[in-house]
Design a protein around this ligand. Structure first.
Ligand code: DAH
Length: 343
């Protein structure tokens, strides 16, 4: 036997085998073709058994070729059987009356929750102003949630934020303001931070939920002034509600800011005319803010003679409710798909 002649024989065997497998109809014919070539007495099997007769120098090449052909034919036989099996299955289903031409069921596609959308929108506005995102833990030490924000133990200011205690010094955070302390403690100014997240309070009625979302923002640098705070918040309000919307600062009190102010915008429902939503005042309160109290700087080791800063905090649910005209906060958390997918 010579090499080229053997290779030609093998090639022919392969082509014939392929053609027979391709032409085979029904499981029986496929199995028959498989046996004819690959069975114990099959043509290819016999060929391989007679490898001893091939001159030694040609054995590796011929052997490799024969094995490749074997693998190829085996794969084809397997595919042909698979095709045959699914044809049988389809036939059986058709008999049962299953209609394959019907369109498939589409999996329901989710979308971002309105609270997530509004949070992202707010964060993006501040990112464009160079703020960087930072987050803190929801289970927070009393020290960060209250103490270092200048709420001394047993101080009446703590009553505004009744919360859930894990232990005397660990709470579910009542606001995102503790992120201020955590960031300041670990870094040096200048800082421009925006901190979104979940917060918790012992509160529950149509406009208050025990869990809700806030976005905190703050800036610390040399010579930061109230004018910077006002300019930044005005930019924010105009980005969120449009350039025509008026804004006002109202003096207020927070333990960690001095001076403190609450910010109102012209009622987005009645445009300032007076309606039930703004309780006829024409204004809606949207956030708390102020200049960071020197006492907070002392807690984190910043020199209040060198640095100054402003901070603000807003509730996401309130902004979202005003946007879509909702009067019950609980709708956000009921996971009613019909409700959620409107947004
Ligand atoms: N943490 C306050 C609250 O939840 C909101 C707040 C007020 C945040 C004034 C601030 C601020 O950063 O300056 O009621």
């Amino acid at each position: 036997m010579d090499g080229p002649g053997l290779q030609a024989d093998l090639k022919r065997l392969e082509e014939e085998g392929q053609a027979e497998l391709d032409a085979a109809k029904g499981e029986g014919q496929v199995q028959a073709a498989r046996t004819k070539y690959l069975g114990r007495k099959g043509l290819l099997t016999q060929f391989l058994r007679e490898m001893g007769k091939v001159p030694p120098d040609q054995r590796p090449a011929i052997g490799r070729m024969a094995n490749e052909i074997k693998a190829n034919l085996e794969e084809r036989a397997e595919k042909a059987l698979e095709k045959e099996r699914s044809r049988q299955k389809a036939e059986a289903l058709l008999k049962e009356g299953v209609d394959f031409s019907l369109p498939g069921r589409k999996p329901q596609r989710g979308s971002r929750h309105l609270i997530t959308q509004v949070t992202e929108e707010i964060v993006t506005i501040f990112e464009r102003l160079g703020f960087e995102v930072s987050e803190g833990p929801e289970v927070e030490l009393d020290y960060y949630n209250f103490e270092a924000l200048n709420f001394p133990k047993d101080h009446p200011a703590r009553d505004m934020q009744d919360t859930f205690y894990f232990s005397p010094n660990m709470v579910l955070r009542t606001h995102t303001s503790p992120v201020q302390v955590r960031v300041m403690e670990s870094r040096k100014p200048p800082l421009r931070i925006i901190a979104p997240g979940k917060v918790y309070r012992h509160d529950s009625d149509p406009t208050h939920s025990p869990m809700f979302h806030q976005v905190e923002g703050f800036v610390v640098d040399r010579e930061v002034t109230l004018a910077d705070l006002k300019g930044t918040l005005e930019f924010f309000v105009h980005q969120l509600y449009g350039p025509g919307v008026q804004m006002r600062f109202r003096p207020s009190f927070f333990p960690f800011t001095e001076p403190s102010a609450e910010v109102d915008i012209q009622c987005v429902i009645c445009r300032g005319e007076g309606c039930p939503v703004c309780k006829r005042s024409g204004w809606l309160e949207i956030l708390g803010s102020g200049m960071i109290d020197p006492e907070v700087f002392r807690f984190v080791g910043y020199d209040p003679e060198v640095y100054s800063g402003y901070a603000f905090g807003l509730g996401v649910e309130r902004i979202a409710m005003l946007r879509v005209g909702l009067n019950d906060i609980r709708l956000f958390y009921e996971n009613n798909f019909q409700f959620l997918k409107q947004f």
